[in-house]
Write a protein that binds this ligand. Structure first.
Ligand SMILES: Cc1cc2nc3c(=O)[nH]c(=O)nc-3n(C[C@H](O)[C@H](O)[C@H](O)COP(=O)(O)OP(=O)(O)OC[C@H]3O[C@@H](n4cnc5c(N)ncnc54)[C@H](O)[C@@H]3O)c2cc1C
Length: 502
């Protein structure tokens, strides 16, 4: 396994293809360091003996110990550990740990490449090629990002019907030794600090969309790929340092005449599996949210409780109600992920067919619970921000900059007028308002909220998944029986309940 320093050294050797604010920058540019330190925590923590069980695993391909972020889930225990590792690491950096897109993308492609080869009766070697790629990914302990979201052009048109054929990333040309792709993936987190980019389709595809059924991986600095990156750093602090400074980046990834050799292509034209790949990445990613969102909730809860304490209102009943509301969302999101892990199987839900065995036997979390958990947590984002805003009052919006506290002409007066709770050092009260400003009044805080709402799929996507996969008809039959209507069935749910427990 690598150290954080090995990882940074690797980044420093990559070619320049990252544009930020009109300039080409190096991967180890100072601007990227907050993000690198955040994701780098996954290396530091995996090397600690006390974290070995949670943050590392034994590769089913090589038998070697690997970072869990490069692992393919072999059983329900692996799913539980991935959720708990995510929650623990997100707590350590006070937000998104940034590395889950790689594990979610690899687990999706691992299954889909196997099924596509089966469909092609051995005419393709996607899965063997993916396993070779994965062995290197695990052995070299690489960071992967997952580029799923396309620009999508006119939302009401399917990929092949778009006036701009690159609105969704597509195969432009098929050559003897590989494919040429074009298009643009957007909002791709940590792509600017990733070693490898995994590309998967965004949505269900029709036969005429087959050129959009494409999955592959290329290094982040590959020829034919440009990244235009936004870097989300908090305002630098000179006088009153943070305990940890998280950072994040997102990229527009522009593929122009980008050649991908066959050994890096894991799906090319199998439209049925294009849809399955989109669905599976989203599913694994929604499962990751059942670890990260509870951790972000832990931060929000701690912040709300401290805001109440600084304001000396922590014993008031309206504060208790709000803290209880936060805890319920946090732990219901976690519980949904826990259940999704516990009911995990080598099965996937295919629209119109139901749950079917899928892939070579690795474990997939239960779809309903992944979607329920992500939707519940995603929809709560702005309510949580509202609670923080409510309890803290207006001070976060107007709190003076740190240099005014360091200035002898204004510092003492500012501290005097910052004091609220007589039992807490006023310096801590000032530091707390600076932190809360980072969270809810900074550009980065705003970006985090949008990411927590839409990342992994907007709530509407989960609502569609839940209502199409849930057995609503059986519930109707049960109610018909109890109500004494025709067509009722008292046992309507029993087989379903048994099946879910299998
Ligand atoms: C900070 C951040 C980080 C992210 N990281 C990643 C990442 O690492 N990798 C990745 O692949 N993606 C990433 N995403 C993308 C995320 O998954 C998408 O934002 C999300 O799936 C919603 O897609 P969209 O942004 O295109 O919104 P849209 O799909 O444009 O949604 C906008 C509105 O249009 C509606 N709409 C869309 N299509 C239709 C339709 N056909 N009919 C009716 N209504 C429709 C939606 O319901 C919604 O109300 C990230 C997003 C953010 C904000």
């Amino acid at each position: 396994m690598r150290t954080k320093q090995d990882y940074i050294k690797g980044l420093s050797k990559m070619k320049r293809n990252i544009y930020f604010d009109g300039k080409l920058i190096d991967r180890d540019d100072e601007l990227q360091m907050d993000c690198i330190n955040t994701i780098g925590t996954t290396y530091d923590e995996a090397l600690k003996p006390e974290n070995q069980d949670l943050c590392t695993a034994i590769s089913h391909l090589t038998g070697e110990r690997i970072n869990r972020y490069t692992h393919i889930h072999q059983n329900t225990e692996d799913l539980h550990k991935k959720q708990d590792m995510t929650r623990m690491l997100c707590q350590k950096v006070g937000g998104c740990i940034q590395r889950c897109m790689g594990i979610d993308g690899t687990n999706a492609i691992y299954n889909v490449s196997y099924e596509a080869d089966k469909l092609n009766n051995g005419a393709t070697q996607y899965h063997e090629n993916f396993k070779k790629w994965l062995t290197r990914f695990q052995t070299e302990d690489l960071i992967g990002c997952c580029a799923q979201t396309d620009t999508k052009g006119d939302r009401l048109l399917r990929p092949a019907d778009q006036p701009n054929p690159g609105s969704y990333v597509r195969i432009k040309e098929r050559l003897k030794d590989g494919i040429v792709v074009e298009g643009c993936k957007v909002h791709i987190s940590e792509a600017s600090v990733a070693d490898e980019v995994l590309v998967v389709p965004t949505r269900a595809l029709r036969p005429e969309d087959k050129d959009y059924a494409v999955a592959f991986s290329v290094p982040g600095d590959w020829d034919g790929l440009k990244q235009v990156t936004t870097i989300h750093n908090l305002r630098p602090r000179e006088h009153y340092k943070r305990g940890f400074t998280p950072g994040a980046t997102d990229s527009y990834m522009i593929f122009e005449n980008c050649f991908v050799p066959w050994e890096r292509v894991f799906l090319a034209g199998e439209h049925q599996h294009g849809g399955a790949c989109a669905l599976l990445f989203a599913l694994f990613h929604r499962h990751s949210y059942s670890g990260c969102k509870p951790a972000i909730g832990d931060m929000i809860l701690g912040t709300a409780a401290l805001a109440a304490e600084v304001n000396n209102i922590h014993k008031e009943s309206h504060v208790r109600e709000k803290l209880a509301e936060l805890i319920m969302t946090i732990e219901l999101g976690y519980a949904a992920g826990y259940t999704a892990s516990d009911l995990g199987k080598a099965e996937v839900y295919l629209p119109g067919i139901g749950f079917v065995p899928y892939g070579p036997g690795s474990f997939i979390p239960h779809s309903i619970y992944c979607n329920v958990g992500r939707c519940l947590s995603g929809e709560a984002v702005f309510r949580e921000a509202e609670i923080l805003c409510d309890i803290s009052g207006g001070v976060t919006a107007t709190f003076p900059h740190e240099a005014d506290f360091a200035n002898p002409e204004t510092g003492a007066a500012l501290l005097k007028y910052t004091k609220r709770n007589p039992n807490m050092p006023v310096e801590d009260q000032a530091q707390f308002w600076r932190y809360l400003g980072d969270m809810i009044c900074s550009a980065t805080g705003g970006i985090m909220n949008v990411g927590n709402y839409h990342g992994g799929g907007s709530p509407i996507m989960e609502q569609i998944a839940i209502t199409t996969q849930y057995d609503i008809e059986s519930r109707k039959k049960l109610v018909k029986y109890i109500a004494g209507m025709s067509g009722g069935d008292r046992e309507a749910l029993s087989p379903v309940a048994k099946k879910a427990k299998k």
